[in-house]
Design a protein around this ligand. Structure first.
Ligand code: AMP
Length: 304
C-alpha cells in the first residue's frame, strides 16, 4: 500500500560524546522515508529544500524507491538547518541552532499521483503544515500517524490540539508525553492523549524501549541493548518509518500487527544509532533487518 510522508529534509550538525559532524543530511522525513523504504515500494515524499541541497542525496532517496515529485527545491533559498549537542547519557540533547530557511512559509503541495495514499506519516514539522497535508488529501488515508516534538507542544499548542483530533496514532517520547498531558505516569499520559484524538499512542523511552497503548491493551517492546550508541539523531523518525512501513507493507492495522510494527520500528532505530546521521540506514540489507528482528524475539522470549 502506498505511503505518503511529510516532514523536514535538512542539514544537521551534530555533536555527541563520540565526535562531531559538520553539515550532514538529516531531517525527519529523510529518516522516515529511508527507513520505510525497506518495507514499502510506494514511498512518497512531500518536503522542501533549498538549491544548496545536493542532487546526489535526492538520487540516493530515489535509489531507495522514494518518490520525490513532492520535494520542492526552492531556488535561491537555503535548506532547513538544525544543530544539536548530546549530553553524556546520550538520551538528552540541546538544540544549539535552528535556521528555518525554506521551512518558513512552506506550503506542502501534494502531487496528484500521491492522492491515493493509504498510509500517511506526518513527520516532525509544524502542526499547521501537517494539518494542511491532511486537508489537501481528497480521501482520508486508512491510517494517519503523527510525530511531534517538545518545541510544538510549547509554541504551537492549539494547532497541535486541533491536529490531534484528526490522527489515528501519536508517536512521542516520554518527556513529550508528560509535557503534553502534565501527567508523570506514562500510563495516565497515554490515557489522556487517547481522549485528545489518537486512539493509539506510542510512547518511546529511548534505550528503555517503547510502549504501545490502545483500547484496553498495552504492549512493551524493549530496545536492543547495544554496546555502543554513536549518534541517536533520527532514531525516533527511523522508528516511525519502520513502524508505518511495516503497516503499509502488510496493510493490516490490527493491534496484533501494530505490535510487530513496533518491533520492526525498534529494530530500524537500533541500526540508526550505530553511525552518524543516515549513514547506517542508507545501507541495510533485508537479511540484516530480519536477523535483528530475530534478536528482539530472543531478547524477551521465555518459557513458563
Ligand atoms: P529525532 O532525533 O528523531 O528527534 O530527529 C532528528 C531530526 O529532526 C534531525 O535530523 C533534524 O533535522 C530534525 N528536526 C529538528 N528540529 C526540527 C524542527 N523544528 N522541525 C522539523 N525537523 C526538525
Amino acid at each position: 500500500m502506498s505511503l505518503l510522508t511529510v516532514g523536514s529534509v535538512a542539514f544537521d550538525a551534530l555533536e555527541t560524546p563520540f565526535g562531531k559532524t559538520d553539515k550532514i543530511i538529516g531531517g525527519s522525513a529523510t529518516y522516515i522515508t529511508l527507513s520505510a523504504s525497506y518495507f514499502t515500494q510506494e514511498n512518497n515524499l512531500v518536503a522542501v529544500v533549498g538549491d544548496d541541497f545536493p542532487q546526489t542525496m535526492i538520487d540516493n532517496l530515489n535509489q531507495h524507491g522514494v518518490r520525490t515529485e513532492g520535494l520542492q527545491v526552492r531556488v535561491g533559498e537555503k535548506t532547513f538547518f538544525w544543530s544539536g549537542k548530546y549530553h553524556n547519557d546520550m538520551n538528552t540533547r540541546d538544540t544549539v541552532e535552528v535556521q528555518l530557511n525554506v521551512m518558513e512559509g512552506f506550503d506542502p503541495i501534494i502531487p496528484e499521483s500521491y492522492q491515493d495514499c493509504q498510509y500517511l506519516m506526518l513527520g516532525n514539522t509544524a502542526p499547521a503544515i501537517q494539518q494542511t497535508v491532511i486537508e489537501r488529501l481528497k480521501n482520508r488515508p486508512k491510517l494517519i500517524v503523527l510525530d511531534t516534538m517538545n518545541l510544538w507542544i510549547e509554541i504551537a499548542n492549539s494547532d497541535l490540539m486541533s491536529l490531534l483530533k484528526l490522527v489515528d496514532v501519536l508517536v512521542l517520547n516520554d518527556e513529550e508525553a508528560r509535557q503534553l498531558t502534565h501527567e508523570y505516569s506514562v500510563v495516565k499520559a497515554a490515557a489522556k492523549i487517547r481522549t485528545m484524538g489518537p486512539k493509539t499512542v506510542i510512547i518511546k523511552k529511548g534505550e528503555h524501549g517503547a510502549l504501545l497503548f490502545s483500547e484496553g491493551q498495552i504492549f512493551f517492546a524493549p530496545a536492543l541493548p547495544l554496546e555502543s550508541v554513536f549518534d541517536p539523531t533520527g532514531a525516533g523518525d527511523t522508528f516511525a518509518g519502520g513502524f508505518i512501513g511495516h503497516l503499509a507493507k502488510t496493510d493490516d492495522i490490527s493491534f496484533e500487527n501494530m505490535k510487530r510494527a513496533v518491533i520492526y520500528g525498534s529494530a530500524m532505530a537500533s541500526f540508526c544509532v550505530e553511525k552518524f546521521g543516515t549513514e547506517r540506514i542508507m545501507n541495510l540489507t533485508q537479511h540484516e533487518i530480519q536477523t535483528r528482528v530475530n534478536e528482539f524475539v530472543t531478547l524477551s522470549a521465555f518459557g513458563l
